[in-house]
Design a protein around this ligand. Structure first.
Ligand code: GSH
Length: 212
């Protein structure tokens, strides 16, 4: 089994945080996606979606998508400590929060970054190179969506240390990625969202996110 990733990329860092949190060590190889290595062989054939991270299993199968990789590792090989939940109810609850955070903030902010930063001019969609134009509207929409999400989760975080309660989960790794992307976009989180800021500060102190 081997992980193909890029240490400087946010989605690679999500898997790294998961591995550190669970104290897992697996063989890995860097693919420099900034320089387009993902479009060269053998990587092109391994993952035609041309994105990292992806995991090659011993039977040759490829699993991509950061959360899917983490889920596979937890369910197949490293059940404890569980970051995806143990009971069906816990699993559904964690999945619900992870999806809310990904769909309502992380993904829109990722698009915002790709539509704002000059480096992404010919690559507004990850894993592609084309002439789709960057759009300031998508940058604005990303900020608006993240703000709406922060407004919605702020009351929930009043009584919850982590997004799913007392236990750290994969959804917190997604949350940390939201905060990292906000910082990259120089998008400040409003003082109105004190509980969100408290959650951010709890995550910033967690060992698995150090040295990113
Ligand atoms: N939803 C995917 C996103 C993967 C992704 O966007 N990866 C970026 C690095 S953070 C990439 O490989 N980009 C290649 C490119 O920009 O061409 C995941 O969670 O793994």
């Amino acid at each position: 089994m081997k992980l193909y990733t890029f240490s400087l990329a946010p989605n690679g860092q999500r898997v790294t945080a998961f591995l550190k949190e669970k104290n897992i060590s697996i063989e890995s190889q860097e693919i420099n996606v900034r320089e387009g290595e993902q479009f060269k062989e053998p990587f092109q054939s391994m993952n035609p979606f041309n994105c990292i991270p992806f995991l090659k299993l011993s039977d040759g199968s490829i699993i991509s998508e950061s959360v899917s990789i983490c889920k596979y590792l937890e369910e197949e090989l490293y059940p404890n400590p569980s970051l995806f939940g143990s009971t069906p109810k816990e699993k559904a609850y964690i999945d619900m929060w992870n999806r809310r955070l990904e769909l309502d903030a992380l993904s829109p902010l990722g698009y915002a970054a790709r539509n704002k930063v000059a480096f992404f001019a010919d690559r507004v969609l990850a894993g592609t190179r084309n002439d789709i134009k960057q759009s300031q509207d998508i940058v604005e929409r990303g900020k608006q969506m993240a703000d709406l999400l922060f407004n919605r989760i702020n009351p929930h975080l009043e009584k919850n240390k982590f997004i799913c309660g007392e236990k750290f989960s994969i959804a917190d790794i997604t949350g940390h990625s939201i905060f990292v992307t906000c910082e990259r976009l120089k998008f400040e989180i409003s003082d109105n969202f004190q509980n969100v800021l408290k959650w951010k500060s709890t995550l910033d102190k967690r060992e698995c996110f150090k040295n990113e």
